[in-house]
Design a binder for this molecule. Structure first.
Ligand SMILES: Cc1cc2nc3c(=O)[nH]c(=O)nc-3n(C[C@H](O)[C@H](O)[C@H](O)COP(=O)(O)OP(=O)(O)OC[C@H]3O[C@@H](n4cnc5c(N)ncnc54)[C@H](O)[C@@H]3O)c2cc1C
Length: 510
């Protein structure tokens, strides 16, 4: 059993560590476990702005909160997922992350309530000085490290995204954002409207439907929604006949290949995929249901993240009549609910704005390299995990078309290899270089989802060729990050004696 509470006394961290991990979410805890396993001689610490482990899986507490990826791929490579359910609820994922931390003795290295505000690299003496704000006391302190590992997730915790709605102040009921769910919200017997059509909305609707008087999902335009099995029969069988680790690895790869197949088919044969998705929804909805209005998106499958519903629970709630979907534009909030631009009114006691996240890059940390402020938007990603012109730093950004942890594990493994390589060769600094300026660069993410498009200008760019290309492809990344060469034309290594301050010279085109 893993304790839910955080230490009452703040952990005293050393003033200097080899590796400083920022963030104690799924990625940060995973990174620390990898360091323990592969670089036991390295000192490290984790600084976390909140008071608990788990990041996303501790923050979000709305009814039904769960993964939509299967846990065989959202789980760590080194820690088999043992539950029967492939899709796990938030609490189970939180416990799993805490258990990993406990098993690897990571807990005592975490300083909670500590937000990294700034990180300044000095080529002499080849280290980072990190400014930390202690959110419990308001005090500030600094730490130094040789390598900075950003595991800060991808969105702003303080505030979810809510577009401006007319007349919000007039509404007499309760308005709730899923990112800040009130613990005591009682919606039993009430009429609920969930605004949104993404993963959160399709989770909330079936979860609230049994208690609410009725739940309406109000969407401006439809998303692709696919029913997936909650229990994985292959996993059940594999665990029965194979050793645990082999069974886990087998099911993990099976699910990687299935997800990739679905993604590739969507990109290569969108019309076929549209027909398959439609047929799947049609089979689960009542005869004559208006699929064209509510489940026929204007975009092609996987132009935006697909919504997965375990065992089709969302379709079931619609079929039972406890939930329904309305597609239309909001004209204004009223005293009693919402008026749509077609004149229809929706009455509500509770309105949930499942309208998304605000993206944030690298935990809003002000990064400086030898006195020069770094604008992340002017950097180019190197192997999807380091930034051009920024020495001794990696960041974890998971896949958008597959489970986050698949990439997070590979980034941590790569960092461990990199640290060992540098120690063996006597290098103190590694710095990715920008690609040749004559080569085109592209936005970091190629999803058309609103939350991505709103924030692309804040993110690094990516190159058209390796090693500056961001692969949304696990097998390719296994080759690149787990097995690929550490030294190539895109990165410069130096020992302190030879380390010149970073130049802005681009690399030769590879
Ligand atoms: C509701 C929801 C459902 C999701 N479902 C899935 C899913 O099914 N599959 C999937 O692959 N992905 C999913 N995701 C994406 C999800 O965020 C990742 O799966 C994963 O949890 C990210 O882990 P992380 O540790 O990188 O980031 P986070 O979980 O965001 O954790 C980052 C941590 O860093 C801390 N931090 C940030 N900045 C600073 C700073 N400057 N100083 C100190 N600490 C800092 C934060 O407080 C936080 O604890 C989901 C996301 C949401 C919001």
């Amino acid at each position: 059993m893993v304790s839910e509470s955080t230490p009452s006394q703040p952990v005293a961290l050393p003033r200097h560590v080899d590796v400083l991990i920022v963030g104690a979410g799924l990625s940060g805890i995973g990174a620390a476990c990898h360091l323990r396993r592969h670089c036991p001689e390295r000192t490290f610490a984790i600084v976390e702005s909140r008071g608990a482990i788990g990041g996303t899986w501790d923050l979000f507490r709305y009814p039904g909160v769960r993964s939509d990826s299967d846990m065989f791929t959202l789980g760590y490579s080194f820690k088999p997922w043992r539950e029967a359910q492939a899709i796990a609820d938030g609490g189970a994922i939180r416990s799993y992350i805490r258990e990993a931390a406990q098993e690897h003795g990571v807990g005592e290295r975490i300083r909670f309530h500590s937000r990294v505000r700034a990180a300044e690299w000095s080529s002499e003496p080849a280290r980072w000085t990190v400014e930390i704000e202690h959110t419990d006391s308001g005090e500030r302190s600094t730490m130094t490290c040789n390598f900075l590992f950003g595991c800060t997730g991808y969105y702003r915790y303080e505030q979810g995204y809510t577009p401006r709605f007319e007349g919000v102040e007039r509404f007499g009921g309760e308005i709730v954002h899923p990112q800040h769910w009130p613990e005591d919200l009682d919606y039993s017997g009430k009429r609920v409207v969930v605004i949104g059509s993404g993963a959160t909305a399709v989770t909330l609707v079936p979860a609230m439907a049994p208690q609410a008087a009725h739940v309406t999902m109000l969407q401006r335009s439809p998303s692709y929604v696919l029913a997936v099995p909650n229990r994985d029969p292959v996993a059940v069988l594999a665990r029965r006949v194979l050793p645990e680790r082999i069974a886990y690895s087998l099911v993990r790869w099976k699910n990687v290949m299935l997800a990739m197949g679905l993604f590739k088919l969507s990109r290569r044969a969108p019309d076929l995929m549209k027909r398959l998705l439609r047929r799947s929804a049609e089979r689960r909805l009542p005869a004559g249901y208006d699929l064209d209005t509510h489940f026929k998106p204007r975009y092609s499958p996987w132009d935006q993240r697909m919504c997965f519903v375990p065992d089709g629970d969302m379709f079931e709630a619609i079929s039972e009549g406890s939930a329904s979907v309305v597609t239309g534009e909001i004209d204004t909030f009223t005293e009693t609910g919402l008026r749509l631009s077609d004149g229809n009114e929706l009455t509500a006691d509770v309105i949930v704005t499942a309208t998304g996240l605000n993206l944030m890059a690298l935990g809003d940390i002000d990064v400086t390299v030898d006195g020069r402020p770094v604008d992340l938007a002017e950097t180019v990603g190197y192997k999807g995990m380091m930034l051009s012109g920024v020495p001794n730093m990696a960041l974890t950004l998971g896949y958008t078309n597959a489970s986050w942890t698949l990439k997070a594990d590979l980034v941590s493994e790569y960092v461990c290899r990199l640290l060992t390589h540098m120690a063996e060769r006597g290098y103190e600094r590694c710095m990715p270089l920008a690609p040749d300026p004559s080569l085109p660069t592209e936005p970091f993410l190629d999803l058309k989802s609103g939350y991505v498009q709103r924030s692309l200008h804040l993110l690094p760019r990516q190159g058209a060729i390796a090693p500056w290309r961001l692969n949304q492809n696990y097998p390719l990344d296994v080759r690149l990050l787990r097995r690929g060469a550490l030294e190539d034309a895109g990165i410069e290594f130096s020992s302190r004696a030879t380390a010149a301050p970073p130049s802005s010279e681009p690399a030769l085109a590879a």
